[in-house]
Design a protein around this ligand. Structure first.
Ligand code: NAD
Length: 263
């Protein structure tokens, strides 16, 4: 299906690896002009080479920590100078550390909110004026299924990400009249390097093998398998498409049925 977004300009944050990188790859294959950012220059160089090799499209990389508002501001200015606008914004960042209430102080919650919520808010403040001018825009905020079903041992993520959902829905109502859609996507376990690392850590801790780790997770998913970054990216690409013009303010889980609630 032609998504109708060839030559649109997409800024995908935290995209040198994992879910963000998979989204960048998918959009580059659609001949979207892709700009990715992350904190580590070497990872960005590797991601650029891989995406360009597999998509045949040239992409731009920027070294940015999304928790630093001046870096986000400068990145947006650089993109505007180079390409004249941003049509598609995919807000992503790393996840806060795992743990229970007793493991953290209030400062840890502040950091988690900076990482997941404030980074999204800063990015939207920077980009929306240009989308409004163009009367077209797609904003897709990457969260987690934890916003629908809190995950044990992830109290920081459960807390910081639900704010993103409130922000997404409120913002979507306000900018819909400018042709801008704002949606959130909520992945459950998806096979990125981060999950591979968790499997290794599980094995090294002596709790069981990596196979046991994956089996434990798969047993919680009706589809009995972990999702792939490509499946996740396809859903994001659809939300970025012309065809998704009338979809705004939703929080779409991409989870093989993991969430047990009604919506
Ligand atoms: P990942 O660790 O594979 O990739 C994270 C990317 O974010 C990397 O490119 C890293 O360099 C970049 N990054 C991290 N912090 C950053 C910052 N402050 N500024 C700029 N770049 C930064 O992770 P992933 O598995 O792709 O997950 C992406 C997001 O989705 C995370 O927030 C994660 O918690 C969440 N999530 C992932 C899963 C999963 O199963 N993979 C499930 C639910 C939610």
């Amino acid at each position: 299906m032609d998504l109708g977004i060839k030559d649109k300009i997409a800024f995908i944050t935290a995209a040198s690896k994992g879910l963000g990188k998979a989204v960048a790859m998918q959009l580059a294959r659609e001949e979207v002009q892709v700009i990715i950012c992350a904190r580590n220059e070497d990872d960005l160089i590797k991601a650029k080479a891989d995406i360009e090799y597999h998509s045949g499209s040239e992409i731009m990389t920027l070294k940015v920590d999304v928790t630093k508002s001046e870096q986000v501001h400068n990145a947006v200015i650089t993109i505007l100078k180079e390409f004249g606008g941003i049509d598609i914004l995919v807000c992503n960042a790393g996840g806060p550390p795992a743990g229970m209430f007793e493991d953290f102080t209030p400062d840890d919650y502040r950091e988690a909110v900076e990482l997941n919520l404030m980074s999204t808010i800063n990015l939207c403040y920077e980009v929306i004026p240009y989308m409004k001018k163009n009367t077209w825009g797609r904003i897709i905020n990457i969260t987690s299924v934890s916003v629908k079903q809190p995950i044990d041992n992830l109290i920081l993520s459960n807390t910081s990400r639900t704010g993103v959902i409130g922000f997404t829905k409120s913002l979507s109502n306000q900018v819909a009249k400018y042709g801008i859609t704002v949606n959130a996507v909520c992945p459950s376990y998806t096979k990125t390097q981060r999950v591979e690392n968790l499997a290794h850590a599980f094995e090294e801790s002596g709790k069981g093998s990596m196979t046991d780790f994956y089996k434990n997770i798969e047993n919680t998913i009706p589809m009995r398998r972990i999702g792939t970054p490509e499946e996740f990216a396809s859903a994001v690409a659809y939300l970025a498409s012309q065809q998704a013009d009338y979809i705004t303010g939703v929080a779409l889980q991409i989870d093989g049925g993991f969430v047990k609630g009604l919506f």
